[in-house]
Design a protein around this ligand. Structure first.
Ligand code: SAH
Ligand code: SF4
Ligand code: F3S
Length: 445
């Protein structure tokens, strides 16, 4: 069944947890549901179908969905249907039906292309509709119905799944195997977005740079350049890059292509080669630093951000100190740091979770404080610079506008009262102040 006519009792509410991949999957799920005649509503109360697109990367994230479900079980009596999508769905599978008996749909991300059929089963009153266990699938979830909320900046998935199996991580078990979209479908989506007025594209994948063109024509760096040359596109970003697959031609592509943004998110996880080995990351501290050196040698100033896990089993104070010295050496522009959380199915769950919770918290606090100091100085480098900023909104209370630097940093800026740059436009801003997490400036006219 495929109709754009809205059915009267088909209102859905969708809440999303987790990473950018989940946010973008939700845009595709919303587009698909709307195409199937459903209408999106803003509250659980108004909805006939309540969906959660879930994350299980750490225990806290997983608990959120079960808290939501227990909050809302009262609605089951009113005949509302509940569905769990995403990584908790794939991880817990049919166990969710036992734990939350009012749930009637459980589907992992590798099954979303079958959503229309699953919706038909739900409508027919099936109490246990599933889309699970698709690690073998070669298919990607491509749809022309993506419901993007931002009109100027949007995501495009280029690769789904993960084959890396880092010792701590659920993703290879929750998102299926690594599979890349064709160059043609990526470029035609980019072109459609450009035609619709988008100027800023972010290419997505758990490991975006593990991209393998199914036709074998383009490398990942080649695809970056191809997307960057789609007429109308002014900025192309990509995330997340895996250090093992981070090749020099990516840096060369950034250097030679002004449309490619000067920012790379390259999660290191630890500064200790011993811990990296236990994590099964397949690179050493030295190899990571070599990739950083390629970027630092570039004519463009490439901003680097990272993810770090503290308290992985066996991480000694000396190993942790190596992470701190790595921060000092690299001078990241942003660090997303997490306490190690043991996860089901992963090899690390069998290792003794040897670092006490208080020690993990202490290491995290030390790391974040050190990084705050580093950013207090790295952001100063922008002082006096004239930066191109994409306008994202207005902060009425502070009489300021805010927007995004090509390095993905937030810029708050003032302008003359007579000038009202449109959301989505690009303006030049002179940077007058640098804070640890944002820049402040004045628009130049
Ligand atoms: N594919 C990306 C990361 C995706 S998950 C990469 O390989 O870099 C996002 C981040 O969550 C990871 O970079 C890691 O820092 C963190 N993470 C993953 N599993 C975790 C766990 N079990 N405990 C704590 N943090 C974890
Ligand atoms: Fe997880 Fe490692 Fe895959 Fe990243 S590369 S998603 S950390 S298994
Ligand atoms: Fe979470 Fe799944 Fe993303 S576990 S971080 S939603 S890939």
């Amino acid at each position: 069944m495929s109709t754009t006519e809205q059915k009267p009792d088909k209102k859905f509410y969708l809440e999303t947890f987790g990473c950018q991949m989940n946010v973008h999957d939700s845009e595709k799920v919303i587009g698909t549901l709307v195409h199937e005649g459903y209408a999106q509503v803003d509250t659980v109360e108004e909805a006939d179908l309540v969906l959660y697109n879930t994350c299980s990367i750490r225990d806290k994230a997983e608990q959120k969905v079960f808290n939501r479900l227990s909050d809302y079980k009262k609605y089951k009596k009113q005949g509302k249907k509940f569905g769990v999508l995403g990584c908790v769905a794939q991880q817990e599978g049919e166990k969710i039906f036992e734990r939350a008996p009012y749930v009637s749909l459980v589907a992992g991300s590798a099954s979303y292309r079958n959503l229309p059929q699953m919706l038909v089963q739900l409508e027919a009153g099936n109490q246990r509709v599933t889309g699970l266990d698709d690690r073998q699938t070669d298919q990607t979830f491509d749809t022309e119905f993506t419901a993007r909320t931002n009109k100027h900046r949007g995501y495009i998935t280029i690769i789904e799944g993960c084959d890396k199996f880092c010792a701590y991580c659920v993703v290879p078990y929750t998102r299926g195997k690594e599979r890349s979209r064709t160059v043609e479908s990526v470029l035609s989506e980019a072109q459609r977005m450009a035609d619709a007025g988008f100027t800023d594209i972010q290419l997505l994948g758990q490991n975006v740079n593990s991209y393998k063109d199914p036709s074998g024509t383009l490398t990942f760096a080649g695809l970056l350049k191809a997307v960057a040359s789609v007429p109308g596109i002014r900025r192309v970003r990509f995330t997340t890059s895996h250090p093992r697959d981070f090749t020099r031609d990516i840096v060369e592509a950034i250097e030679s292509t002004p449309t490619l943004c000067d920012h790379v998110h390259l999660p290191v996880q630890s500064g200790s080669s011993k811990v990296l080995k236990a994590m099964l990351r397949e690179y050493t501290r030295e190899q990571y630093l070599e990739r950083v050196a390629w970027m630092r040698a570039s004519k463009r100033h490439i901003s680097i951000s990272t993810d770090i896990i503290v308290g992985f089993p066996g991480e000694t104070p000396e190993d942790f100190e190596e992470t701190i010295t790595l921060l000092e050496e690299v001078q990241f522009d942003a660090v997303f740091a997490f306490k190690y959380s043991p996860r089901p199915n992963t090899p690390a769950i069998r290792m003794q979770d040897s670092i006490p919770e208080e020690e993990k918290s202490k290491r995290l606090a030390v790391l974040l404080e050190r990084q705050r100091q580093i950013q207090s100085s790295t952001y100063q480098k922008h002082l006096g610079e004239v930066a191109q900023v994409m306008v994202e909104g207005r902060n009425e209370a502070k009489a300021q506008l805010f927007g995004r630097h090509s390095q993905n940093k937030t810029v708050n800026f003032t302008t003359s009262a007579l000038i009202h740059p449109a959301i989505g436009s690009y303006v030049d801003v002179r940077i007058t102040k640098a804070l640890p997490n944002s820049l402040v400036g004045e628009m130049i006219v």
